[in-house]
Design a protein around this ligand. Structure first.
Ligand code: ZN
Length: 308
């Protein structure tokens, strides 16, 4: 088959764009031009549970995902991965990936929440005077880790204009932590949600207060998505969690995932949620499941919520 030169060029460009690539411990997955997922896993240390030929567990990489959004004259990196100890090139590899993608653009860094598997590679950027930190500072009260003179606080919800029509809207989604924050890429129906909604395996809720906050978050998020002025097409919405590998066999997380969370909260209240014992610690002892949604929480606190 013979293609005209223009079609061939487009095909080649598309092929080049679509390729994932490994750089040190990282795998870079293009989502669309100017939007990338960077995972701290590679073929020698893949995501999830590692098993030998007999099925025995030999290792585990609970890798997390950073998302890089490249605008006209600025770029935003959301989250900073685990603190990688298993590859000595982690710092320089991450710096190289970001530099290659953003070129001369100014770099901002945003963090979904304070947990160490999302802030681990801060040393790669902390001392770079050209980098600005766009931070929900309430989340880091008492654990100030960002250079104060280059930290721009997000007060509640906030937006960042990266130039060229690329705008990121931050929305608070407390529950998993008190000030967890998610980021909408405006006009693209992408939601980068950290651990705030879970990544498919279940959202971890660490207290009764956390659950109360999460209930409000799910209602508010659905209302935000359905506010026409926000220009979000819920049919097209894709939720990108910070542990992307945990979506397992699901092709992607969509609006249905968020709606199932709302249904699940109602089912916990009604006592009709499917329950599964887990042992993620003394508090996290039960998965509550409905549809695509799982909330990993505490059986006794769920019983109290039911009785309220
Ligand atoms: Zn977390």
């Amino acid at each position: 088959m013979k293609f005209p030169a223009s079609v061939l060029a487009l095909l080649l460009a598309t092929t080049a764009f679509a390729q994932t690539r490994e750089v040190g411990p990282y795998t870079v997955h293009p989502i669309m031009p100017g939007v990338l997922r960077i995972e701290d896993a590679n073929q020698t240390n893949p995501s999830g549970i590692h098993r030998d030929a007999e099925g025995k567990t030999t290792g585990f990489n609970n890798c997390s995902d950073m998302y890089l959004i490249v605008g006209g004259d600025q770029a935003l990196l959301i989250d900073l991965s685990n603190d990688i100890k298993w590859d000595t090139t982690a710092v320089t590899s991450l710096q190289a990936v970001v530099a290659q993608e953003i070129g001369p653009r100014k770099l901002h860094i945003a963090i979904t929440h304070f947990h160490g598997d999302h802030t681990g590679m801060l040393p790669a950027f902390k001392d770079n005077p050209a980098v600005t930190f766009w931070i929900q500072t309430d989340e880091f009260k008492g654990r100030e880790i960002f250079p104060a003179d280059r930290t721009v606080p997000i007060g509640g919800d906030s937006s960042l204009d990266l130039g060229g029509g690329v705008i990121v809207d931050a929305v608070k989604i407390p529950g998993h932590t008190d000030h967890s924050t998610a980021y909408f890429l405006r006009g693209k129906n992408f939601l980068f949600s950290g651990d705030g909604l879970g990544s498919g395996n279940g959202v971890w809720i660490f207290s009764a207060e956390g659950f109360t906050k999460y209930r409000a978050t799910v209602d508010r998020l659905i209302a935000t998505i359905r506010t026409p002025a926000n220009g979000i097409d819920e049919q097209q919405l894709i939720v990108f969690g910070a542990h992307y590998w945990q979506k397992r066999d699901k092709e992607k997380l969509t609006m249905q995932y968020i709606l199932d969370m709302q249904t699940l909260i109602g089912a916990i209240k009604a006592g009709t949620a499917r329950e599964e014992k887990v042992t993620f610690g003394p508090y996290l002892n039960t998965n509550f499941i409905s549809g695509e949604a799982t909330i990993t929480w505490n059986k006794a606190d769920a019983e109290k919520f039911k009785a309220e």
